[in-house]
Design a protein around this ligand. Structure first.
Ligand SMILES: [Fe+2]
Length: 298
């Protein structure tokens, strides 16, 4: 899975708040909720970015992809789109072979393969690995997992040096880069390391393993040149309906329950810090990148 010459979609300079979200994961109700949230906030499709994995665990891969495509927002290539677009045999999520997650992924991947169209696969295959844009004088790139690997797990607890290496790698692709907005790992966080940003926007398709059914997105609001407010915000949606549809489709009970309880099934790729935080209610976060200031909201 070489990323030596990643495809890039450059949005150029954006002139207002940018909404970023990850992993719709075939969760149609959550995808509808984030689209309604963007409309409520007055954020147009041109300033809304999805960090990939439009399909995964839930019951509505076809309808979720149709919604995202109809919305017309820029979408980063996730490992799931890469695999489905290439007609590959599995999701390449990066779970440990033989683990419960690896086994369960075979089931939802087969369901997604049956539900999406040939045209959806072509659309997936054409998605870019990077979406670059300038906001408030800062150069940012939206990616899926890592710059070194599409399915790299980068968590809040991942050492700062590794995040800086990943940012440097993306910067070495040819343009100045001040920060990265990623997806894939499913847990939202915002880290400013040596003045550079690593933000994970979280996912809308699965809760954040915090014991609540809420899902997450990021809002980036330019305040003045060089200063951007990075907010991680929770979103509520009709998770009961989504879980019911999963059960009706015969999909894994473990993930249907996760939508309701806000707790993931045991995941062996979680580092100790993230394991320890499971079930602990996440608070919304507001970081003013460019100023030495961080605050947590309710
Ligand atoms: Fe992923």
């Amino acid at each position: 899975m070489s990323e030596r010459e990643p495809s890039v979609h450059d949005l150029g300079g954006l002139d207002g708040a940018v909404l970023v979200f990850g992993g719709p994961y075939s969760n149609l109700e959550a995808a509808q909720a984030i689209r309604a949230e963007a409309a409520r906030l007055g954020i147009p499709p041109a300033r809304t970015i999805c960090t990939g994995d439009t399909v995964a665990y839930c019951a509505d891969p076809g309808a979720t992809v149709a919604l995202i495509r109809d919305w017309g927002i820029p979408v980063v290539l996730g490992n799931v789109e890469e695999q489905l677009g290439a007609g590959a045999a599995d999701c390449a999520c990066g779970f440990t072979p033989g683990s419960a997650c690896a086994e369960l992924s075979a089931q939802w991947y087969a369901h997604a393969e049956r539900e999406i169209t040939a045209d959806d696969r072509r659309w997936m295959a054409g998605l870019p690995r990077r979406i670059r844009f300038t906001l408030g004088g800062r150069r940012l790139a939206a990616i899926h997992g890592g710059a070194s690997r599409i399915n790299r797990w980068v968590f809040a607890s991942t050492p700062a040096a590794e995040k800086l290496d990943e940012i440097a790698l993306a910067a070495a692709e040819g343009a100045r880069l001040d920060g990265i907005i990623a997806g894939h790992c499913g847990l939202p966080f915002a880290d400013v390391v040596a003045g550079q940003l690593w933000c994970n926007a979280g996912t809308v398709g699965m809760p954040a393993n915090d014991g609540t059914p809420r899902v997450w997105y990021a809002l980036l609001t330019p305040e003045r040149p060089g200063v951007i407010a990075i907010e991680l915000r929770a979103l509520t949606y009709d998770f009961e309906r989504t879980a019911q549809k999963m059960r009706r489709a015969g999909l894994a009970e473990a993930y249907a329950r996760a939508l309701e309880t806000g707790l993931w099934p045991p995941v062996d790729i979680l580092p100790p810090a993230e394991q320890a935080a499971a079930g602990r209610r996440l608070a919304a976060v507001r970081v003013r990148w460019g100023l030495a200031e961080r605050s947590a909201a309710a």
